[in-house]
Ligand binder design. Sequence first.
Ligand SMILES: [Zn+2]
Length: 273
Amino acid sequence: MRQVSRRSVNPKSAGGNAVSVAKASSAVAPANRQAAPPENTGQPFAKLEVVSLLGDQAYQLIKKDIIQCRLAPGAEISETALTKIYGLGKAPIRAALLRLSQDNLISSVPRRGYFVTPITIRNIQELYELRLDLEPAAAKRATSRCDIRNLMSLCKSLRYSDDGTNKLKFLEAHCEFHVAIARAAGNERITQLIASLLHDMARIIHFGEFAPNRGAEDLDVDHRVQQRQHEAIVESLAAGDPEVVEKVMRDHIEHSLDMVKRAAFASKSLVRI
Ligand SMILES: [Zn+2]
């Protein structure tokens, strides 16, 4: 078992995360992240509203950087460092960290501070086991109930790119594609479970799909396989054989798990528990 090193993103400290900080901070210049001060309305809650808006802005920015691993799994983060990186005050940063803790993307350790939640083998396996329990069965039930034209359109939007923004758009489109199939099965609770699961897995899926530690050629092969699998899922749903649909969906999720595992084992950020 090898524990991930707790590296600080405090700009005053030296270490590997200096790169992460630079990348994160360069995503949007701090000057662009400062919301314009509101007009004085005389309302006593005006200041609270500004903090709330900036807190939401901080939450979205930090979350994007965590999902894309610009803030590395296991890295220590301090409020002071984050205020400098994102050009926002301590109150919105603190509000954002609270929400990110609720998303399980940040861990708060008493007397030590905040850490980006590590990616662990157990976490990967538990999330994928749940996907494998829910999604093939939901897809099987969705056979002959799906809007095939809509799925074909969603499938076309699942394009890969090296551009960071498009990677996040890919994650959204990918989630929408899988949730649309689940919804067609007609069980809203299962649909919500799958949507929530894919939301929780965004960082892990991004990690597997765009792992920087794997060669571009290797990733390109996997991306082509994934694209073909998405098309095969739509084709099987259109053909109407529930057993085939279930198998094709299971094969696709198992391939995704294999991608994530290969990326994880090649990464120094993985916690091997
Ligand atoms: Zn997929």
